[in-house]
Ligand binder design. Structure first.
Ligand SMILES: NC(=O)c1ccc[n+]([C@@H]2O[C@H](COP(=O)([O-])OP(=O)(O)OC[C@H]3O[C@@H](n4cnc5c(N)ncnc54)[C@H](OP(=O)(O)O)[C@@H]3O)[C@@H](O)[C@H]2O)c1
Length: 257
């Protein structure tokens, strides 16, 4: 890559991407953005049927997408997911680690099962995916890993203590692997959203609309929740040639906190 044009910097033609948890929400928006930039995208959800809406949206826009499914709470699923994409595409260039489990509970009220579930989905599967895909990306001399963190990774709210701790650990992993693979052509970074209007927050929004409005008004400087599509620009930066000299860093998209 030698060009300076946006087209060259952000062109993902010939690249293959996996976006975990892209059946809906932030992952679906990022999958559509990567496909619009030219990537062949594996859309992931817990079951094949949940991926259909994103696959159809990408194909309707002229992009290339296919479904891949798996419950990341199950040991071995992270590694299996990478292996399947590698086998089907002949090489995975971009990994967006987006799927996560979030259980709202203060630490004293958190069951062992809910703790284990969040660690499995958010952390263990990340380890599995990284140790499976990074050596392959490095051997090919190019790779991009975008980990979707959270503002809770550095400013944890007590109600999501365990979730926040897994997000902090996930970013720590990204940093350690960014150092290990620096110079290989593979870069790893974290995109940390603030409050985004997705299914994750739907119940709170629907059950108490006035309380939601009051909460949102004070949650950041902009006084509103972000939209999933507002994550796409930064994700494209971190997934493309434009990110060649950036690794182990965090981009915060929070509306100002
Ligand atoms: N929304 C926010 O306010 C916010 C703020 C900060 C950070 N984030 C982070 O942004 C990312 C996306 O959040 P979101 O709000 O877009 O999520 P979401 O709307 O709740 O969607 C979750 C996605 O993850 C998948 N998923 C859930 N559990 C899974 C499991 N056990 N195995 C495999 N896939 C699973 C879901 O697949 P199915 O459709 O098949 O269930 C779905 O595609 C997450 O990492 C989240 O922590 C979100």
């Amino acid at each position: 890559m030698t060009g300076y044009s946006p087209q060259e910097l952000f062109d993902l033609s010939g690249r293959c991407a996996l976006v975990t948890g892209s059946s809906r929400g932030i992952g679906a928006a990022i999958a559509q953005g990567l496909a619009a930039a030219g990537a062949r995208v594996f859309v992931h959800g817990q079951a094949p049927a949940s991926c259909a809406r994103t696959v159809v949206a990408i194909e309707a826009a002229g992009g290339r997408a296919e479904a891949v499914a798996g419950n990341l709470a199950e040991p071995g699923q992270g590694a299996a997911l990478i292996a399947e994409c590698e086998a089907r595409a002949g090489g995975l260039d971009i990994l967006v680690i987006n799927a996560s489990a979030q259980i709202n509970a203060p630490l004293a009220g958190l069951s062992d099962a809910d703790l284990t579930f969040q660690i499995d989905v958010n952390l263990r599967s990340t380890v599995e995916m990284l140790r499976t895909c990074l050596p392959l990306m490095a051997a090919r001399g190019w790779g991009r890993v975008v980990s979707i963190g959270s503002i809770n990774q550095s400013a944890p709210k007590p109600v999501v203590t365990a979730y926040a701790a897994t997000k902090a650990a996930q970013h720590n992993l990204i940093q350690s692997q960014a150092r290990e693979y620096a110079g290989s052509g593979v870069v790893l970074n974290t995109l940390a959203p603030g409050l985004i209007d997705t299914d994750r927050n739907a119940q709170r929004k629907l059950s108490d609309p006035e309380g939601w409005d009051a909460y949102v008004a004070g949650v950041n400087w902009m006084g509103r929740a972000g939209e999933p599509h507002e994550m796409v620009g930064a994700a494209l930066l971190l997934a493309s040639d434009a990110c060649s000299f950036m690794t182990g860093e965090v981009i915060v998209l929070s509306g100002g906190v």
